[in-house]
Design a protein around this ligand. Sequence first.
Ligand code: ADP
Ligand code: 5GP
Length: 190
Amino acid sequence: MDRLSKVIIFSAPSGSGKSTLIRHLMGLGLNLHFSVSATSRPPRAGERNGVDYFFLSPEEFKTRIAQGDFLEYEEVYAGRYYGTLREQVDRQLAAGENVVCDVDVLGGCNIKQCYGDRALSVFIQPPSTVALRERLEARGTETPEAIEKRIARAEFELSFAPRFDTVVVNDDLEKAQAEVADKVRAFLKA
Ligand code: ADP
Ligand code: 5GP
């Protein structure tokens, strides 16, 4: 019999290395498929509509909220909405795919509640807020103001770690990659 497909949720303060870890995990041949979220923030250089996000105007986003299209959504930063499309996740699960969600801490807790034991929620923790700032600066994708907003939110986000099924500290990247892979493999097998 086929195993029931599952949901893996990743949350972390911005700059922790969550996207880097997800990218590595998705390359391991575990039948993992990314849940493409919608957002009202503008695309970064290199980001593609329908691949990284569905990029919507704030008006389009609000229409989709009113239509009940989101499994969950949050205004993660002022005026910047992000949401998981119900139809995306349900279609992927029905197709037997394991779904990976990259969401903020509130979204992570909400999705975990929706799927219960069918979901594993993973919190990626940076070694320190100093490292977080250094990583955001080195990534070079945010304006100085956006970096400050992200750092300011980090303390709030870090307080959510105990609500997740498991926490991985991303200090040494290779070690964190191996830890994430081990935990996800074990969950998919269980
Ligand atoms: P997030 O998705 O959590 O916002 P990213 O995956 O974009 O974070 O990582 C932020 C920056 O930090 C990127 O430039 C990435 O290459 C770098 N990075 C990721 N993990 C580590 C690590 N363990 N040590 C040092 N730099 C890292
Ligand atoms: P970024 O702008 O760096 O791509 O994402 C900012 C934050 O929004 C990250 O913490 C990311 O995980 C979160 N995020 C992305 N998509 C969603 C979503 O669908 N729902 C929620 N709640 N958060 C999301």
